[in-house]
Ligand binder design. Sequence first.
Ligand code: SDX
Length: 394
Amino acid sequence: QTGLTTLDVGFVNTAATRSAITYIDGDKGILRYRGYNIADVAEHSSFLETAWLLIYGELPTAEELEAFDKRVRRHTLIHEDLRRIFDALPHDAHPMSVLSSAVSALSTYYEKSRGVNDPDEIELSTIRLLSKLPVIAAYAHKKSLGHAFLYPDNSLSFVDNFLRLNFGTMAEPYVVNPVVSKALERLLILHADHEQNASTSTVRLVGSTESNIFSSISAGINALYGPLHGGANEAVLEMLQEIKDSGEGVEKFVERVKNKEPGVRLMGFGHRVYKSFDPRAQLVKESADEVLEALGVQDDLLDIAKELEAVALADEYFISRKLYPNVDFYTGVIYKAMGFPPRMFTVLFAIGRLPGWIAHWREMNDDPATRIGRPQQLYTGSPAREWPEGRPEG
Ligand code: SDX
């Protein structure tokens, strides 16, 4: 077909994927979860309430939320054999690789969950993923530290249980820092969904083959891992540290970016959709100041990030290309202040994005109009040609 734009060259069945979950207006910097503005959700909701909203489409009643929270808490244990998967992996394995491997392995414990047509199984898989992903993530962190794994404590909230599994030890009781707990809850909410981004589209594409939800989510984790996508939050911190260590200053770094030096990009800037500003970046930047001050942390990297933003937003190169800070630009500074190592930053993104992936997988799976994804291509290769006469057999 002629005249196809890159937008049209989407899945062969539709020029665009239809969804009722999240709305983005990239020109106006609008992001809504099931119609609610992201700033309101981040301000008033909890992560599990946001998960319910994204998955079921409405805000839960108090009773629904309480029952949901209780179900998630009661599924936090992972099979003892699954804990041993971590022994098979090198201690310095990247936690994102550990996460996708363990989530894929999770499906082997729930063979019945391979069914994509059993609503009860899909419900149970939803709960199992929400409850076990954070536990697996924390174990990946502990594995990298060479620390013993703790068992979940179901008396704690979703976020506090996760924090304790990451930072608690067998040797003493863990006291949750309310500042960290509140800030992490807000960051998870800000990452909970984002329309048809690369990892969510991967989850939908894999799910469209009637592959089970665990395998689809594992594929989404692998897509998120890339530095152009969720891996950017780790890359931003490396970039800020490199600027600090080089002593060359922000302006010099920006010149290197504009000169397009190989491998030099302003990580945490730019977006496929936002061509004005990413509303999440504004909200994360506000949190950065609050969290570091409340924790009594002074980090040069936050100052460098702010200077970098100011210099870039005043530079025609970035303005003309509509490059603004995205959700990944400031998150790493906060995660670092909380005590997470950079290699865990994208894992935190994955935990936040899980409800969105689940919501999209279920929306795709429930839609009778869904057909197997088959991205269209525009052929640019050789025209038909004859096999060369006398060519020796291969
Ligand atoms: C996420 O899709 C989603 O919703 C994703 C996400 C989500 O919630 O799921 O929002 C999460 O992935 C955010 C993005 C995180 N990635 C980064 O921060 C990595 C750095 N950013 C870029 O690599 C880039 O901006 C992308 C990948 C995010 C967007 O790529 P585009 O839209 O394809 O941009 P482009 O490559 O078309 O760039 C247009 C121009 C080019 O310059 P010219 O060729 O016109 O001279 O802008 C330049 C690019 O070189 N450019 C950058 C740049 N991003 C684009 N130049 C320097 N630094 C950058 N970051």
